[in-house]
Design a protein around this ligand. Structure first.
Ligand SMILES: [Zn+2]
Length: 370
């Protein structure tokens, strides 16, 4: 399969690079690349990869676009608020390069879903904002022997490393035993858009090296940057013989990020509590049926897409529901209230059998009431 003339022209300025070349471009065109997270890092990563002509992009995110995303997630516009990020991103990326194949996944990343998300990828790039989700991703990549480019950014600082399973240190060699609860959040600490462009570019250049068969520069090295004083560093990192994830006897069946029916998320929307509800299965919800149900209830639909809908459930509570069945409930004061909303909408309203959401759904709801 050789490159067409139009491709030779489109990619001429990168084909001419020693680092890519004609054969490299052919490899890129065959590559299946998974980007987990379609936020501050994930969107510029996806934009570069798509423009460069990868074969297929699998884009994973369960969230919807919010106004507070727009200063840094520059793929999105005000009219996209309330729509699933994955849907909006792919619509725009398709226009950038219609030759690329796209696979949207609107699921939560956890121990159950991680392997399915990683399987079949030539490489995975990190645009996540949770260490638990990253641990689950790291372990899935180790299990399936898929290279994983880690990247993160907060305030004016960012870092990245390239993890080649069983060859380089893994994420848990580098950062063992961290807890999301103890880590700074961009909702409270802030994040400078410029650091995201730097870290995402480093992640992409590393991924391209791996895909074209060159040695990645950050194998066993941690890239660290701070744009406050424009510091760039590369720090040697080592594999840990007692690493819980990558030593030869490691028990990878140990749960890192078990699926939680309800997660309490902070800092997403100022002053409002946010609960994310993740069903056991991908529910493949019928969004047109949901739309009919919402108009029957006189609910105001704020944004309706192919993969999700955002609406006001009542004057205090807004809900975003994506097709996989993940719901983001904003403004419910307690977990119990959030589950009651889900019960009302999905189980009563859309008649989804409760076992598909969680066999213990009623038990959990009852235990929260007491
Ligand atoms: Zn390790």
């Amino acid at each position: 399969m050789t490159l067409a003339d139009s491709e030779l022209e489109r990619y001429s300025r990168q084909i001419v690079l020693d680092d890519i070349g004609f054969e490299g471009q052919e490899k890129l065109r065959k590559a299946v690349v998974t980007v987990v997270g379609a936020g501050g890092l994930g969107t510029p990563i996806a934009q570069q990869l798509v423009a460069m002509g990868i074969g297929k992009l699998r884009l994973v995110d369960r969230d919807v676009v919010e106004i507070s995303n727009l200063h840094r997630q520059i793929l999105y516009s005000p009219e996209d608020v309330g729509l699933p990020k994955v849907e909006v991103a792919i619509r725009k990326l398709k226009k950038m390069n219609p030759d690329v194949e796209f696979e949207p996944i609107t699921a939560s990343l956890n121990d159950d879903s991680a392997k399915g998300i990683v399987r079949g990828s030539d490489i995975v790039l990190d645009g996540l904002d949770s260490i638990y989700a990253r641990y689950a991703l790291n372990r899935a990549c180790l299990k399936l022997s898929v290279p994983y480019v880690f990247g993160s950014a907060i305030e004016t600082t960012g870092s990245a490393t390239t993890i080649i399973p069983k060859k380089t240190p893994c994420l848990e060699c580098l950062y063992p035993n961290l807890r999301d609860e103890d880590l700074p959040k961009c909702g409270t600490e802030g994040v400078h858009p410029s650091i995201l462009t730097i870290v995402s570019s480093v992640e992409v250049s590393e991924a391209v090296k791996v895909l074209v068969g060159k040695e990645p520069s950050l194998a066993g090295q941690l890239f660290y940057a701070d744009i406050r004083d424009v510091t760039f560093d590369k720090i040697k990192i080592a594999r840990q013989s007692d690493c819980r994830a990558c030593n030869d006897q490691a028990d990878l069946s140990e749960e890192i990020l078990p699926r939680k029916l309800v997660e309490d998320i902070c800092g997403r929307e100022q002053g409002k509590s946010v609960h994310v509800i993740t069903p056991k299965e991908n529910l493949q919800l019928d969004l047109l049926a949901l739309k009919r149900e919402l108009s029957r209830r006189n609910s105001t639909i704020k944004a309706l897409g192919e993969h999700g809908v955002t609406f006001s459930y009542n004057p205090k509570i807004n809900v975003s529901l994506v097709r996989s069945g993940v719901a983001i409930v904003v403004g419910a004061s307690t977990e119990q209230k959030a589950l009651e909303v889900y019960d009302d909408l999905v189980i009563s309203g859309l008649r989804v059998p409760v076992e598909r959401i969680d066999p213990k759904f009623r038990v959990i709801l009852a235990s929260l009431t007491n």
